[in-house]
Design a protein around this ligand. Structure first.
Ligand code: ZN
Ligand code: ZN
Length: 249
């Protein structure tokens, strides 16, 4: 990780009320200007995995991957497209030590979850059910030690608090050290995370509806592996909720 220049560190200390993304003065973790540039995901999107569609090219309620039935989770939803300021926000939370950003990001994610729970009832073969726990995608202990915190756990805390659903950050563990997904191509990403997650207390998730929280969904391979582990442990339904998702190909 690159150290901030000394002057910037001194300024941060003198003037802590700055936007976590553009560093301009702001009383909030993110300024209104940056927040207004988040690229919100709106209908139409794949009803299974939440991937936004080009409204003109759209021919089916499901995307290509979901038509093949590749995902093991029941549904996934994301708040914004991973581009521009949305992407900078994720990077600031994850790499620039701006944990305060989890609050506005988590607020938007909770809104998206609420909309799915209340607004999509008639559209889907098996309706959304109210989750009984929020589970963040775990980091390998070594990665967490290096970063100092798990950004997914910070987001999960905010989502859980707003929706009034308990957060369980210890029931899912990453038991295999994986390579950073960002360094891999699509095929390798699926291989890399295979068998990497385990439910520590299976009796705790048996018969439950679980929502997994992460910062970004790219191929969905990580979330899919987490969902597989939870389903193996007997979870009744597993949803995924991320702040951002990539849309390229
Ligand atoms: Zn800003
Ligand atoms: Zn899909």
């Amino acid at each position: 990780m690159t150290q901030k220049p000394l002057l910037e560190r001194i300024l941060d200390w003198l003037y802590p009320n700055r936007c976590g993304v553009c560093h301009r003065f702001s009383d909030n973790a993110i300024c209104q200007d940056c927040k207004s540039k988040w690229s919100l995901i709106a209908s139409p999107y794949c009803l299974w995995c939440g991937k936004p569609f080009d409204p003109i090219a759209k021919t089916s309620p499901l995307c290509g991957i979901c038509l093949q039935g590749r995902y093991k989770f029941d549904y996934a939803r994301s708040a914004v497209i991973y581009e521009g300021v949305s992407r900078e926000t994720v990077h600031a939370l994850k790499f620039n030590r701006k944990p305060r950003l989890a609050q506005p990001m988590g607020e938007l994610m909770a809104e998206v979850m609420n909309r799915a729970l209340e607004g999509e009832k008639g559209l889907l073969p098996s309706p959304w059910q109210r989750p009984s726990m929020v589970v963040p995608v775990p980091l390998h202990p070594k990665t967490q030690r290096q970063r100092g915190y798990n950004q997914a756990a910070l987001l999960a805390e905010v989502v859980g608090q707003i929706l009034d659903i308990p957060v369980e950050s210890k029931i899912l563990a990453q038991t295999k050290q994986t390579k950073p997904q960002a360094t891999l191509g699509e095929k390798e990403r699926w291989e890399n995370v295979k068998g990497a997650f385990e439910v520590v207390q299976p009796e705790f998730v048996k018969g439950k509806v679980v929502v997994i929280v992460d910062d970004v969904m790219t191929t969905g391979a990580t979330l899919n592996e987490c969902a597989k582990a939870l389903k193996r442990a007997g979870a009744r339904q597993v949803y995924c909720l991320t702040f951002a998702r990539t849309v390229s190909a």
